[in-house]
Design a binder for this molecule. Structure first.
Ligand SMILES: Nc1nc2c(c(=O)[nH]1)N[C@H]1C(S)=C(S)[C@@H](COP(=O)(O)OP(=O)(O)OC[C@H]3O[C@@H](n4cnc5c(=O)[nH]c(N)nc54)[C@H](O)[C@@H]3O)O[C@H]1N2
Ligand SMILES: Nc1nc2c(c(=O)[nH]1)N[C@H]1C(S)=C(S)[C@@H](COP(=O)(O)OP(=O)(O)OC[C@H]3O[C@@H](n4cnc5c(=O)[nH]c(N)nc54)[C@H](O)[C@@H]3O)O[C@H]1N2
Ligand SMILES: [Mo]
Length: 701
């Protein structure tokens, strides 16, 4: 996108025909969502709680008290001293870092380097945990790589059929949503949508499978059982490129159409029609997002999709593949950079001794800390918040994330953050999480700094500074460098390894270091980016053309592996006390906790209320009319909302979002039940009670 700037302000955004991904398309947030950059509420100066200047001790459970504006040296020294002291007193396991999928690759690389090299801990994670953690885990098990296998363009142009399951691209990936609609309209390819809600895309679908939330494995096994019975599977592909097929086939026997129809609520005829469409069009591309991943069965869901594409031989070709649409602008990059507790940059595994050795020598300091790196992975997002609440973590450094609004079971999260000893928040705004912070560091937004982002199709693209940050706000990479240098000095350590120092003149220097340590980024250089090249990793050297399609001749792990995946019901289902199933997600004009989009008047005008979708039947039974005020209650909390009576949701299901202020945020209702492997919370299913209330609670929106 091109930013038009006048007198230090972005005045307009336009698309660029030459833009490799979106061309002339921009979504409403791309075109109009930039107002937040210049919003008067931006953090301009560092702030610390008064007590930190008056001796620095806050008794447990005492309020954090007043904010005071300080200069950068004061704020950075306070944080660095806490880092060094906590490391000395509690050991490396006493610290944790939440990195940011809104920040650049360079910034995420530095955040995990800070955690591992300076603080000595693998306690580094980010919102991918709440998002595609199941995808990364499941696809790694099946194929050896957790990333999207194909490109947006080849899916839109070459797929002979498309299966969209648990993804609402017209609202959540609107540019791609448009490309998909055009593929159906212009090329006439069949589209199968599996979603409990009648999302906009269902208008274009040949079949809409409206299964019950949380019954994805049963649905997919049912479809595959039909394909097998009918002999529609790709025997050559299965024979040459996969393993585990026979044992897996046996596991499907019980997924008869009758049983699957009973579990999912989808008729046998619909199952048969969908199976036939998907199996007879080759290549067929599978697309998924949070409707698949955010379940206690998240990894099983992904394994079932991986099985489907091997069964039909739809891998390694344009127009096929496994296409998990990643969410945040740079969540793919934050994962690639190792802002995860179990992998270093380039997905080198923490438990692997050779990987630890590689980074120990690259980032070596004298004196060397002992042990260099723990061999066990660190804590995840939800685990770190819990540990901070128990004070097992003594310092939590949060950059560009808002866990006090986006994590499940917020009453519990807030209690933990409240009793945490020391929380540093680096943000654009005083978000919900700022209430629980001891230090607030003002970061620069994307238009105010340089670096790279990696999009959902593994394509690395530059972002360039066009305006200055407000006040004394600084780019996140610069703040991380300051903290690292100051902490190392307090620890009496100096850099000796070839990539151990922190004196980067610019993000380009950081990208060069990334290329040296991360083979899939080896050929992504500042020179190539400035020549306008935008490449899909792996890019193995300076002349390598990049890899738009993965798994072409063999899988990253050699053979693709069929995994048995059995239906497991969601953790909490409706009962007589909480009779409705709440599923949560997003709407087009807003972004997550809304810190940015609620500061954009044009977007707020498009959606200004926390709407909850409820079916006409349920609404009638509860005497609810459109736009009535509602109270939603779960075992964990309550929120208010505005009724949107619509048959987009099936009877028994309500759909809410987390875009509006605290008392309207559905995460007070959601639960922290986790997938056992990926540790992703079940944000897509919990049980609630809904009632009409006389009026909306007072308070600002
Ligand atoms: N406008 C906007 N766009 C965004 C974002 C945003 O906040 N706002 N966030 C970005 C991020 S980080 C992400 S991760 C993506 C998320 O993008 P999506 O995953 O597309 O969005 P969601 O609304 O979370 O959920 C998608 C769908 O899952 C369905 N669903 C619920 N339960 C089930 C189930 O059991 N099975 C199936 N098959 N479907 C189910 C819901 O009905 C919903 O339509 O969006 C990205 N894009
Ligand atoms: N109920 C429910 N909860 C969910 C989900 C769901 O579907 N349902 N989805 C989950 C998913 S998929 C995701 S990805 C998470 C998202 O969870 P979060 O990442 O916590 O959500 P955001 O609101 O995007 O928070 C990003 C923050 O970064 C700040 N920011 C933006 N740019 C920069 C920058 O350059 N530097 C710094 N320092 N800060 C910056 C913004 O002001 C914003 O407050 O939410 C999860 N929570
Ligand atoms: Mo996400």
């Amino acid at each position: 996108m091109d930013l038009h700037v006048r007198e230090e302000k972005i005045v307009r955004v336009s698309s660029n025909v030459r833009a490799p991904v979106n061309g002339i398309h921009l979504c409403v947030k791309g075109r109009y969502g930039h107002d937040f950059v210049h919003h008067g509420g931006r953090l301009r100066e560092p702030q610390v709680r008064r007590y930190l200047l008056d001796g620095g001790i806050r008794p447990p459970n005492a309020p954090r008290g007043q904010w005071t504006t300080v200069d950068w040296d004061t704020a950075l020294d306070i944080v660095a001293r806490r880092f060094a002291t906590a490391r000395m007193e509690a050991g490396a396991e006493g610290l944790g870092v939440l990195a940011s999928a809104k920040c650049t690759n360079e910034e995420n690389y530095l955040l995990q380097k800070l955690a591992r090299q300076v603080l000595g801990t693998h306690n580094v994670d980010h919102c991918a945990r709440l998002c595609h953690a199941s995808t990364v885990a499941g696809l790694s098990m099946a194929y050896g790589s957790g990333a999207m296998s194909n490109t947006l363009k080849d899916v839109a142009e070459d797929a002979a059929a498309v299966f969209v399951i648990g993804s609402n691209p017209t609202e959540q990936h609107p540019v791609f949503g448009t490309m998909l609609r055009q593929a159906v309209r212009r090329r006439g390819i069949p589209l199968v949508v599996a979603d409990p809600r009648a999302i906009d895309l269902t208008e274009f679908a040949a079949v809409h499978l409206r299964h019950r939330p949380g019954t994805n494995v049963a649905l997919l096994n049912g479809l595959m059982q039909i394909m097998l019975t009918e002999g529609w599977h790709d025997r050559t592909f299965i024979g040459q490129r996969t393993e585990g097929f026979e044992a897996w086939c046996t596991s499907l026997v019980t997924y008869t159409p009758a049983r699957v129809a009973q579990i999912t609520g989808v008729s046998e005829a619909q199952l048969f029609r969908a199976a036939s469409l998907l199996a007879h069009a080759k290549p067929m591309a599978v697309i998924w997002a949070m409707g698949i991943t955010q379940h206690t069965s998240g990894v099983l869901n992904v394994l079932a999709l991986a099985n489907l594409q091997m069964l039909l031989g739809n891998l390694g070709v344009p127009g096929g593949g496994v296409n998990p649409l990643r969410g945040q602008n740079n969540v793919q990059g934050a994962c690639d950079m190792g802002a995860l507790p179990n992998v270093f940059p380039g997905y080198l595994s923490v438990p692997d001794a050779a990987a630890r050795e590689l980074f120990a020598s690259a980032w070596a300091t004298t004196p060397a800390p002992r042990p260099l790196f723990p061999e066990v992975p660190g804590l995840t997002v939800t685990e770190m918040i819990g540990a901070a609440g128990q004070r097992a973590l003594r310092v939590l450094y949060i950059v560009g994330e808002n866990p006090a609004a986006t994590d499940p079971d917020l009453n519990q999260v807030k209690a933990h953050l409240d009793s945490a000893e020391f929380v540093v928040l680096q943000e654009l705004f005083a978000s919900n999480t700022a209430d629980f912070a001891d230090v607030l560091l003002p970061g620069a937004a994307w238009a105010e700094k340089c670096g790279t982002f990696t999009n959902t199709e593994r394509r690395v693209q530059p972002v360039r500074k066009v305006v200055n940050a407000p006040g004394h706000a600084r780019p996140d990479w610069d703040i991380v460098c300051e903290l690292a240098r100051r902490t190392l000095a307090l620890q009496g350590r100096s850099a000796t390894g070839p990539h151990a120092g922190w004196d980067y003149a610019s993000p380009d220097d950081i990208l060069i270091e990334i290329g040296r340590l991360c083979p899939s980024y080896a050929g992504i250089t500042p020179e190539r980016l400035s020549r306008g090249e935008s490449l899909h990793w792996p890019v193995l050297d300076a002349n390598h053309p990049g890899t738009p399609i993965l798994h072409v001749e063999h899988f990253s792990r050699g053979k693709g592996k069929f995994h048995v995946a059995d239906h497991v019901p969601p953790h909490e289902l409706p009962d007589h006390e909480y009779p409705l199933l709440l599923t949560t997600g997003r709407v087009l004009p807003h972004w997550h906790a809304g810190e940015m989009t609620r500061r954009v008047p044009g977007l707020l005008a498009l959606c200004s209320q926390p709407l909850v979708e409820i079916s006409p039947g349920d609404a009638a039974r509860l005497h609810i009319a459109d736009h009535d005020a509602l109270r939603l209650t779960s075992r964990r909390g309550e929120v208010w909302a505005v009724a949107h009576v619509t048959d987009r949701v099936p009877p028994g299901v309500v759909f809410g979002n987390f875009h509006f202020p605290d008392e309207a945020n559905v995460n007070h209702l959601t639960q922290a039940a986790l997938d056992p492997v990926a540790k992703i919370p079940e944000l897509k299913v919990c049980a609630v009670r809904v009632s009409r209330v006389q009026s909306f609670p007072p308070g600002p929106l």
